[in-house]
Design a protein around this ligand. Structure first.
Ligand code: HGY
Ligand code: MN
Ligand code: MN
Length: 413
């Protein structure tokens, strides 16, 4: 029996249903934000499934959770596959979770098929990929890959002022696993991540498998505008330093400056905080986030300079600052891994197409460590970061069959 034949569609689908209960929302989505009790519950669920199969497991000091299936030669560096279990506040049940469960299903399928690869094969659930609670996103994989320093991340705070170090300690205590001490990171032979596309191309072009070639570049910022709180009834316009009025002028200019002719540049203001938030006090402080993406780094750099200029020009008489939170250049995956994904999809008789990723993934950091690739499966109408996100059991299983075949090939090199 091949690894692909041993993939169990029902088992994989049921696991998604089980996980979707952890942080499940009334509209059928999930709110399982990084290092929350819901995240700990998902970690415990994965740990119990791993223990039931006799796989070894450990967490590292940023909370990445690893599950290991031994190979015939334990001295060889492992092949790694996974994604993330944390979600957006109004997230779907497949974003990230599919890649973790597909990786786990791949380990089980190899085991069920009695296949012992040369290299160990490991599944991973990376900490805090979404970055919606604690910034920056893809934190666990970035620390593992050496992009960010562990100590810098431990001091990060969420929007309510909770320090990451404390939330991490609580999560690891609530979901205990053997701890790999010291700085995260170890030698990895290669990495492959399965994920829903989070866009409409596969569905529109009626393909089952996306052979991912690259991930576009992304930059994230926080704009802070400091004005002056004042009485809404007595303060003339000429005397105001209205931080929200300045923010709206700036936002309007930013949307206009990032409206490119071919609709390739992605510009999002996703979170706005207006203080003190009283109806009859002129806002004294506004902060808002910027998320900007493009396949070419030069375009991002050019628009960053425009943003810097507009932050100064559009906010007087208030003071304004622009803080860069992340700057992840475009990622180009390993040609040999891309070919392997394409060949295995073809070998399984699955329709497929090469495509870049519009969304960011943990693979963008791991790709700096070792040969890396990704496998996409369709999601309904390309909708994601939305509670109605959906996928089919057959597509999830198809992506997992490709994953098993790719893992087996990489682990026997
Ligand atoms: O934002 C992203 O691209 C990812 O889905 N977290
Ligand atoms: Mn994701
Ligand atoms: Mn996401």
């Amino acid at each position: 029996m091949s690894g692909a034949d041993a993939v169990k569609e029902d088992r994989l689908w049921q696991r998604h249903a089980d996980m979707a209960k952890l942080g499940g929302t009334p509209r059928g989505g999930v709110n399982r934000q990084a290092l929350s009790p819901e995240d700990a519950a998902a970690r415990n669920q994965l740990i119990s499934w791993a223990k039931a199969r006799g796989f070894s497991l450990f967490a590292d000091t940023i909370g990445n959770l690893f599950i290991r299936k031994e190979g015939t030669d334990p001295t060889l560096s492992p092949v790694l596959s996974g994604s993330h279990m944390d979600s957006q506040p109004t997230g779907g049940r497949f974003d990230g979770m599919y890649g973790v469960l597909a990786a786990f299903e791949a380990l089980e399928a190899l085991e069920d098929a009695g296949i012992r690869t040369r290299r160990p094969v490991m599944a991973v659930a990376w900490t805090n990929e979404e970055g919606s609670r604690f910034q920056p996103g893809a934190m666990g994989s970035a620390v593992f890959a050496g992009t960010y320093r562990l100590d810098d991340m431990l001091g990060q705070k969420d929007w309510k002022g909770v320090v990451l170090k404390d939330a991490l300690a609580e999560t690891l205590a609530a979901a205990p696993a053997p701890l790999r001490e010291g700085a995260p990171g170890f030698a990895v032979d290669s990495y492959i991540e399965a994920h829903i596309e989070q866009g409409p191309r596969l569905e529109n072009e009626r393909r089952t498998i996306g052979v991912v070639t690259a991930i576009q570049g992304s930059r994230r910022y926080i704009v802070t505008i400091d004005g002056e709180e004042a009485h809404a009834g007595t303060t003339p316009r000429a005397a105001r330093k209205d931080a929200y009025a300045a923010a709206t002028r700036l936002a309007a200019a930013l949307y206009e400056a990032t409206t490119d002719a071919d609709d390739t540049l992605r510009f999002t203001i996703g979170r706005v905080e207006v203080l003190p938030g009283s109806p009859n006090t002129v806002p004294g402080k506004v902060t808002f986030t910027i998320d900007m993406r493009h396949p070419e780094d030069a375009v991002l750099a050019r628009h960053e300079a425009i943003i810097e200029r507009l932050v100064g020009e559009k906010t007087t008489p208030c003071a304004a600052s622009l803080q860069k939170v992340t700057n992840v250049p475009p990622t180009h995956f390993d040609p040999a891994v891309i070919d392997l994904v394409r060949d295995k999809a073809a070998g399984l008789g699955l329709s497929h197409m090469d495509m870049p990723s519009g969304a960011g993934h943990d693979a963008m950091h791991v790709a700096r460590l070792c040969p890396t690739g990704m496998i996409f499966v369709p999601c309904e109408r390309g909708i994601s970061h939305n509670e109605i996100e959906n996928a089919t059991p057959a597509d999830l299983a198809a992506g997992t069959k490709v994953l098993v075949e790719v893992l087996e090939a990489l682990a026997n090199r």
